[in-house]
Design a protein around this ligand. Structure first.
Ligand SMILES: O=P(O)(O)O[C@H]1[C@H](O)[C@@H](O)[C@H](O)[C@@H](O)[C@@H]1O
Ligand SMILES: [Mg+2]
Length: 255
């Protein structure tokens, strides 16, 4: 990757840390749910404030860049990836965890150019772990290189009756667990591009494999993903799970 994106990445790390401070503060006194479109799809004021903080701060520094943010899309903005530099933001990944004070909550920022993720930043706010990856340059946690595990006996961070299962309740942290070698795989159908844009690069830069749940190439707009330490385990998951299709994130808006 040309060094031209380094200052954007440095900014992403700085703003993710600032956002994390806001999340930690709000955990003490502002976890009120504003809307609830389903039992698991919650929104708090903090989600919205954190997204605004990130977007404002990026706009000041990089006025031509575009954004796809969970809360902006919820408010009606489009969710189309173009070739332009685009910040893909999940202000609080793990909002349900946040509301319950379950201590796995992340700020997730992916950055794509020509529809390819160039860097990913996931800040696990309560663990104070800053996960970063740049395309072609490895993945790191608090500056230490990450490597997926060599285990063939899989611990998986999502539901299946075949593997041993653990789940952090946030897609971004689940993927960082795979990248860190603490779990062998993660899969989910129903996530959105902002949940996985950053985490997917962190997994692949740590040596992991990404697949669609049908075994093809992963498509970040398709709302489905398998991330694993190696291809054998990724393909086993593809074989074991029953896949289904959801409306894509970039489906035309209903008028
Ligand atoms: O907390 P958010 O950002 O809404 O993301 C969660 C997603 O909505 C759920 O479907 C997933 O199960 C979680 O892993 C996500 O992180
Ligand atoms: Mg999320």
């Amino acid at each position: 990757m040309a060094d031209v994106w380094q200052s954007s990445m440095d900014h992403a790390v700085a703003v993710a840390r600032k956002a994390g401070e806001m999340v930690r503060g709000a955990l003490k006194d502002d976890r009120t749910v504003m809307t609830k479109s389903s039992a698991v799809d919650l929104v708090t004021q903090t989600d919205q404030k954190v997204e605004q903080l990130i977007i404002q701060s990026v706009k000041e520094k990089f006025p031509t860049h575009r954004f796809i943010g969970e809360e902006s899309v919820a408010a009606g903005e489009s969710c189309n990836l173009t070739d332009d530099p685009t910040w893909i933001i999940d202000p609080i990944d793990g909002t349900t965890n946040f509301v319950h004070a379950f201590p796995f909550v992340a700020v997730s920022i992916g950055f794509s150019v020509n529809k390819q993720v160039e860097f990913g930043v996931v800040y696990s706010c309560l663990e104070d772990k800053m996960f970063t990856a740049r395309r072609g340059r490895g993945a790191f946690c608090n500056g230490e290189p990450l490597q997926v595990s060599e285990q063939t006996d899989a611990l998986v961070t999502h539901l299946t009756c075949v593997f041993r299962v653990r789940g952090a309740g946030t897609a971004a942290i689940n993927m960082c667990l795979v990248a860190s070698g603490c779990a062998e795989a993660y899969y989910e159908i129903g996530i959105h591009v902002w949940d996985v844009a950053a985490g997917s690069l962190i997994v692949s830069e740590a040596g992991g494999v990404l697949l669609d749940v049908d075994g093809g190439d992963v498509d970040l707009m398709s709302r489905r993903i398998v991330a694993a330490n190696n291809r054998t385990i990724a393909e086993r998951i593809v074989k074991e799970i029953e896949s289904f299709t959801l409306q894509r994130d970039d489906a035309p808006l209903q008028s």
